[in-house]
Design a protein around this ligand. Structure first.
Ligand code: GLA
Length: 631
């Protein structure tokens, strides 16, 4: 009897799994990536946190706003002025309305300390031609309440009055902030759903009510991924209701937890891929790594966010210009938001020149929205290539280490023809150089060279999908069990060596990749290597925005690096929801099959790779070799 019940339960579970799987693999004919809000290109601006922490005021905010305008940074694109943690006085219990610290924001006291409004403040920012950002938390309470700074501001009043987060108030607060007060940008932090377990000191002491955590540090196994996603999705719904003109920016801040690196692309405009950045080189490496391997998970409307820029402090101050230039160039080329955090009122010229480098800003703001792809990747040196709307490439050569590094940049890295002239324009010193096939650089420790490269394309009549990750959305990436990502620089967190060290974290390992397998291997089908292509797991569906191509082609098969060798996989191409082409079932060790489809007039192409694998521990690794759109 017991066995029968177990078998029936297992059968039910399997049926449910394959139904859910069938759903996400069914072509829809429509793009499912997030495209609401005002993030056609990554947002640019300034945030109060890195300089002022919770000690913010209207004076400081408006002073920086004026400095942005006066310095010319605003006209170069730095338009958002974002108020981070620390603005709140308390929540009025009678009607749940949030109240502002009027001693710090005098213009908010429209009806004394009881009737407060940020409208006069946002009006001032708007009159300067700027945009206004505000900050809140998903839970009842904020990060500063869980981690109070010795001299920092905290909300006042009873336990209920100090519940200043969105939990239970999402619709009311979003209406107040975005509609009534006129903010344009909102950052939603997540300490409230992590740091208020009953066993925490500030809860045990009665200072705060408990809220059952949905995330537990970066422990992916314990996180309630669906629960976190739902809370953020509810915020998105409220934003759309309050800002039907789409003039909002929705910033998700759950630091890479809850597998957010996989789903934020469908839910918000920018999403933190890692813990907070600090003014520390090694920490910058770690945050950079958390975003650099995710080019397929970003597109116009939704960007990976490795955190605000730390220019001006510590290892990125005016005494560390090599590091400061690297930090800026790297953030720019991976389409990270360019949000300054230094005191712009007293910004040294050398740093102004870095943040104000219009050629590098233009790389970040390129309308094609392709995040750079790693064309060469090693622990000490990386080459990143980003395809621009013009068809030219931006290329960054990054020496991560402490030794001088010789670097060969090849036409192959750029997907340019080996026999044509390639012109490089250095975006720091504006010098031009020319080469064929390959050229050599000597790169100083921690230096990043950044160029625009112009030359004849290797693929004369089309484009590889791995060159245009901004037009590819992994609607289903085949990952069934999120795994921590071992490929990140493991930085000693928060300056301490207590405990046993830094671990792989943030999940996302095994996700869809450009020009590499999901587990970081060269793409190979039966011994045939591909330096261009998309690497995925089976039971995946990619959405590809077509813009005028007539043909699709790829060489497809099970990748040699697969751990599962048992499952034959079928590759299918759909156009606006209709089947256009299908491979024979491809087995491990069989040569790649050429797959072509006529996509003339098609708006959305979908690439679906399926096999009969149940939810097993080791999925099948597959390759869309040379996947390309043709004229
Ligand atoms: C968290 C966020 C930071 C900042 C602080 C404010 O740590 O990750 O970016 O907003 O909270 O308390």
């Amino acid at each position: 009897m017991a066995n029968f019940r177990l078998a029936a339960f297992a059968a039910g579970l399997l049926a449910a799994t394959s139904l859910a799987q069938a759903d996400e693999l069914t072509p829809t004919g429509s793009w499912s990536g997030y495209s609401k809000g005002a993030a056609a290109t990554p947002p640019m601006g300034w945030s109060s946190w890195n300089t002022f922490a919770t000690n913010i005021s209207e004076d400081k905010m408006l002073g920086v706003a004026q400095a942005l305008v006066k310095s010319g940074l605003a006209s170069k694109g730095y338009r958002y002025v974002n108020m981070d943690d620390g603005w709140w006085a308390k929540r009025r219990v009678s009607d749940g309305r949030m109240q502002i610290r009027t001693n710090q924001f005098p213009s908010a006291a429209v009806g004394g300390t009881e009737e407060t409004s940020f409208k006069p403040y946002t009006d001032k920012l708007h009159a300067l031609g700027l945009k206004a950002g505000i900050y809140t938390d998903l839970g009842h309470n904020s990060c500063s309440q869980a981690y109070p700074a010795p001299d920092g501001w905290l909300p006042q009043g009873s336990v209920d009055e100090r519940e200043i987060g969105l939990y239970g108030h999402t619709d009311q607060d979003i209406k107040l902030y975005m509609h009534d007060w006129g903010f344009d940008y909102i950052k939603i932090d997540a300490c409230g759903i992590r740091d208020y377990a009953p066993n925490r000191d500030h809860v045990k002491s009665g200072q705060y009510h408990t809220l059952a955590p949905l995330i537990f540090g970066w422990d992916i196994g314990r996180a309630d991924i669906a629960g976190v996603r739902k809370l953020y999705t509810d915020v998105g719904t409220a934003l759309l209701r309050e800002k039907p003109d789409n003039d909002f920016l929705f910033s998700i801040c759950v630091w890479g937890a809850a597998d957010v690196r996989s789903w934020a692309k469908d839910v918000g405009n920018i999403s933190r891929t890692s813990d907070d950045l600090g003014p520390i080189w090694n920490r910058m490496l770690s945050n950079f790594d958390s975003a650099v391997t995710r080019p397929l998970y970003a597109h116009p409307g939704s960007w990976n966010d490795p955190d605000m820029l730390y220019l001006g402090y510590g290892e990125f101050d005016e005494n560390h210009l090599t590091e400061a230039r690297s930090h800026f160039a790297l953030w720019a080329i991976i389409n990270a938001p360019l949000i300054l955090g230094n005191d712009v009122r007293s910004m040294p010229k050398a740093l102004m020149d870095i943040a104000g480098n219009q050629d590098i800003i233009a790389i970040n703001q390129d309308p094609a929205g392709n995040q750079a792809v790693l064309a060469y990747d090693a622990n000490n040196v990386q080459i990143l290539v980003k395809t621009l709307a013009s068809g030219k490439k931006a290329v960054a050569i990054f020496n991560r280490g402490l030794g001088t590094q010789d670097v060969d940049l090849t036409a192959q890295h750029l997907k340019f023809a080996e026999d044509g002239d390639i012109v490089l324009t250095d975006l720091w010193n504006k010098q031009q150089t020319k080469f064929k096939k390959e050229t050599k650089f000597t790169v100083a420790p921690r230096q990043t060279l950044i160029f625009v490269a112009d030359g004849p394309r290797r693929l004369k009549n089309g484009v590889y999908l791995s060159e245009i990750p901004g037009r590819v959305n992994p609607a289903a990436d085949g990952v069934k069990t999120p795994q921590p990502d071992p490929m990140l620089f493991r930085y000693q967190t928060w300056g301490s060596t207590r405990g046993n060290g830094a671990h792989p974290q943030y999940a996302g390992w095994g996700g869809a990749q450009a020009d590499i397998s999901p587990y970081g291997q060269t793409l190979n089908i039966a011994g045939q290597p591909f330096d261009a292509g998309l690497g995925l797991l089976a039971n995946s569906r990619l959405e590809v925005r077509n813009s005028g191509a007539n043909g699709f082609a790829a060489e497809v098969g099970v990748d040699d690096s697969t751990l599962d060798k048992s499952q034959p996989t079928t590759f299918a191409v759909y156009g606006d929801g209709k089947l256009l082409a299908k491979s024979t079932p491809r087995r491990y060790g069989e040569k790649a099959e050429a797959l072509t489809a006529n996509v003339k007039g098609v708006k959305l192409i979908e690439l679906v790779a399926t096999n009969a694998a149940p939810a097993i521990a080791q999925p099948t690794v597959i390759t869309w070799g040379n996947a390309r759109l043709l004229q």
